[in-house]
Design a protein. Structure first.
Length: 234
């Protein structure tokens, strides 16, 4: 008589429900989309249109996490994040936005954000990013990960950009560094590619913009900031 072997099917693991308090700040339509994305995660969501409204609504409540929709990531990114991190220093902030410019991720992290999620990736990326941030990690889109660190410029590129920031023309830079003007243009083209800019003005603005977090420090050579040549022509 054949032996009967009973097989027991393993039960599927149950989803762990969370009661963590999460605040969602920003545009009403975007807040609705975020709430719908998180509807199955079990978070205790508070939805408001501004940081001030969040403070008025629940001034004493400790949120485990704050999600903030930022419409303008070009000129208002740090200005949106810093008031939030100051008002709720215990709560990590995740920025949700439709797009973010080159070096915007670095600006967001320097302003106090712990994560960045693009709107088109919301369904797939938001919950995993929240879990990573709650575990003490910083989390950004993979395609933007290289923007976290300053660009790796060569010593010559740093020299040329330093003179560029001081207002030197290509011809003047070539004269100062004893290079052909075509060589200066070649180094500038390479540096622009690393910076993610397309013109001299964009490069200068990026380097001098304190909110982007690059600053003149990226032009340091051998650990020392570059100095203006004594006979520099303006």
């Amino acid at each position: 008589m054949p032996r009967t072997v009973a097989k027991t099917r393993a039960s599927a693991p149950k989803r762990v429900r969370s009661s963590l308090a999460v605040a969602v700040v920003g545009d009403a339509g975007r807040r609705t989309g975020i709430a719908e994305t998180l509807s199955r995660e079990g978070f205790d969501l508070t939805s408001v249109d501004s940081v001030a409204a969040l403070q008025r609504l629940e001034p004493a409540r400790e949120h485990a996490l704050v999600l903030m929709w930022v419409e303008d990531t070009v000129s208002r990114l740090s200005g949106c994040i810093e008031p939030l991190t100051q008002a709720f220093p215990q709560a990590p902030v995740i920025v949700v936005c439709s797009s973010i410019e080159r070096w915007g991720v670095r600006e967001a992290l320097m302003a106090g954000a712990a994560g960045v999620v693009l709107w088109d990736d919301l369904e797939m990326a938001l919950a995993p990013t929240m879990r990573a941030v709650l575990a003490g990690q910083a989390c950004v889109p993979r395609n933007h990960s290289r923007q976290i660190e300053p660009p790796a410029l060569s010593s010559r590129e740093k020299q040329i950009l330093g003179l560029l920031v001081m207002g030197f023309s290509n011809a003047q830079i070539a004269q100062q560094l004893f290079l052909a003007e075509s060589t200066v243009k070649s180094h500038l083209s390479s540096a622009f590619g690393k910076l993610g800019v397309r013109s001299r003005n964009e490069a200068v603005h990026l380097i001098l913009d304190p909110e982007r977090g690059l600053g003149m420090g990226i032009l340091a050579i051998g650990g020392e900031p570059m100095e203006s040549p004594p006979s520099a022509a303006r």
